[in-house]
Design a protein around this ligand. Structure first.
Ligand code: ADP
Length: 259
């Protein structure tokens, strides 16, 4: 299968089978201008995510977490180093290819859900299909809502749903295109602890049962402990990694970085 065909499909089965690396950053550097000086938001970051695994990214405010997420997902570009998705170097990808990538290969979930208030849950979930021009199949949309436990809420508007339900609609919307990688930016940050646990259990089930790959930025040690591994950033560098972390271990490590 040719490279372009893989990208056209959105999901690259050959390069993204279990055990392969779906996200890779090699010595990634990203600088921003801050007045007359420059900030190195990513200062030579190496990062890799194996297919079918979930990594949390933590670190003090300003340590580069959002920048890492955005560069890894093709929302932003690095100044130096390489970023690859499913073995494809996206560092030099043009806008058209990056747009295709965003619509097919990666999915996003945000802290504040970012649902369209005037649309029903079903219409929100259908949006990525409309945008990709793939055509909207109702069974696909309903299936995505059923997968997040909201089969009976399709006609509800976001304001008629709890925060946890809205986030689950957002997850259904992200997953309806069957992205290779789900990028989640503080997905439980706006939720009460019960709703947060439900969302984390849902993400965990997606990884364990369907082999979904997830990169999640979080401040919450409890959320991070649901992941397979936690990578810690400080001043744009990866300074530590914990595998199968407990919330206590994560909290301790985070506190030591925030001092
Ligand atoms: P985090 O997500 O860990 O809080 P960020 O990735 O948002 O960290 O930011 C890392 C560093 O880059 C910070 O010093 C931040 O101020 C800076 N930064 C991020 N985005 C921009 C931007 N668009 N313009 C200028 N500086 C930025």
């Amino acid at each position: 299968m040719g490279v372009n065909t893989q990208w056209e499909m959105g999901r690259s089965e050959a390069a993204c089978s279990p055990g392969t690396v779906v996200v890779r950053l090699d010595r990634a550097v990203k600088t921003y201008r801050a007045g007359s000086s420059r900030v190195r938001a990513l200062d030579g970051v190496d990062f890799s995510l194996a297919a079918g695994t979930w990594t949390a990214v933590m670190g003090p405010s300003g340590s580069g977490k959002s920048t890492l997420l955005h560069c890894a997902a093709g929302l932003d570009t690095v100044d130096d180093g390489r970023v690859a998705l499913c073995g494809e170097d996206i560092t030099a990808a043009d806008d058209r290819r990056l747009t295709r990538l965003r619509r097919g290969t990666v999915g996003f979930v945000f802290q504040n859900f970012n649902l369209v208030a005037s649309l029903s849950a079903e219409q929100n979930v259908a949006l990525p299909l409309r945008l990709s021009g793939a055509g909207v199949r109702r069974d696909q949309v309903r299936g995505a809502l059923a997968d997040v436990g909201l089969a009976d809420r399709g006609r509800h508007k976001p304001r008629e749903l709890s925060g946890g339900q809205q986030q689950r609609v957002a997850i259904a919307r992200a997953m309806v295109t069957r992205p290779v990688v789900l990028f989640a930016d503080e997905p439980t940050g706006a939720l009460d602890s019960t709703s947060a646990r439900a969302v984390l259990a849902l993400l965990r089930a997606m990884v364990d049962e369907t082999g979904q790959s997830i990169v999640m930025v979080t401040h919450d040690p409890m959320a991070a402990s649901a992941a397979d591994a936690v990578v810690f950033l400080s001043d744009g560098r990866v300074v530590d990694r914990l595998d199968r972390p407990s919330a206590n271990r994560v909290a301790e490590r985070l506190a030591s970085l925030e001092v």
